[in-house]
Every structure is written in C-alpha cells, then in structure tokens.
Design a protein around this ligand. Structure first.
Ligand code: CMP
Length: 147
C-alpha cells in the first residue's frame, strides 16, 4: 500500500465541486486516511511550492493558494501516487484530457484544481508538511475483496 498527498485548491471550494472531486478518488477505491479543511498561511504555501520559487508563475501561484481555504488529504491504496496522478491528469491545460479531474474542471494551468504528489519523495515531504502523525487514521477495509 502506498500513501499520497492531495490538495483541492481554493477554486474547488468556491465552485462547490469539492464533493465531486473527492468522489472520483473514493469511487476509484482509494482510502481517505486524513482530511483537513483550512486556509494556508503564506509561509506554508511558500514551503509547499519551494521547488517553483523563481519561476514566472510562482508569485501568482502562492497568492492563489492562500486566497481561500483548501482541502488537504492523504489517500492510500496500491500505487496510490500513480493512480491519483492518472485520475487528476497532467499539470498543463493542453495535456489534461477529458475524463480526468483537470481535464473536466480546469480552464487554466495555474488554477488547475488539484495538487497531487508526483513521487514517493514528494509524498513523504508533503504528508509531513500538512499532517501530524496523530491526524492520520488508517482503517480496515470491509470491501477489500472487491478491489
Ligand atoms: P501543482 O500540481 O499544484 O504544482 C505546481 C503548480 O504550479 C501547478 O499545479 C500549477 O498550479 C502551477 N503551474 C505549473 N506550471 C505552470 C505554468 N506553466 N503556468 C502557470 N502555473 C503553472
């Protein structure tokens, strides 16, 4: 089993599509083992997106990320990092196909609806940034035989 970090960006809340987006992860069979709804401060957003510092979209990305509350979550499942990235679709608007979350809901690359960890190293780093160990709740899956 693998764990990955997902953040629904402020536009998801403002457009009232959080349930629809979370539902895609649930319907796939991923387990939500941690979830919080909160507004990030600037320092946390800058830490989260540190690898993009200096890029032309960085300042606007940070402003957008702190412009309203987000849903942060940890999803667990077999190959969860890859499964979630395939469900979200690629980062760029031109590459995200219909049927993916970004392909269906995002109209701009910067406002691309969701953030999802892209590797085991970033999943570990992002889970550690957003969640304390006591905020993570693994549970037994009564439907395990179906997946
Ligand atoms: P995310 O998966 O959260 O990781 C970095 C974010 O930077 C990305 O989603 C987009 O919101 C944003 N981003 C990446 N590339 C570009 C780009 N070329 N133009 C604008 N924003 C971008």
């Amino acid at each position: 089993m693998e764990r990955t970090f997902v953040m629904l960006k402020p536009g998801v809340v403002q457009r009232r599509i959080a349930g629809e987006v979370i539902s895609r992860f649930e319907r796939k069979g991923l387990k939500i083992i941690a979830l919080k709804f909160f507004r990030m401060d600037r320092s946390m957003a800058e830490t989260h997106y540190a690898e993009h510092k200096g890029k032309d979209f960085y300042d606007k990305l940070v402003e957008y990320t702190i412009s309203g509350p987000v849903f942060a979550m940890i999803l667990e499942g077999e190959d969860a990092i890859g499964v979630v990235r395939r469900l979200t679709g690629p980062t760029g608007l031109k590459d995200s196909l219909p049927g993916t979350i970004r392909g269906d809901f995002a109209a701009q690359t910067r406002l691309n609806i969701v953030h999802a960890s892209d590797s085991p190293a970033s999943a570990a780093r992002e889970i550690g940034l957003f969640f304390q160990p006591g905020e993570i709740f693994p549970w037994e899956d009564g439907n395990a035989g179906w997946f």
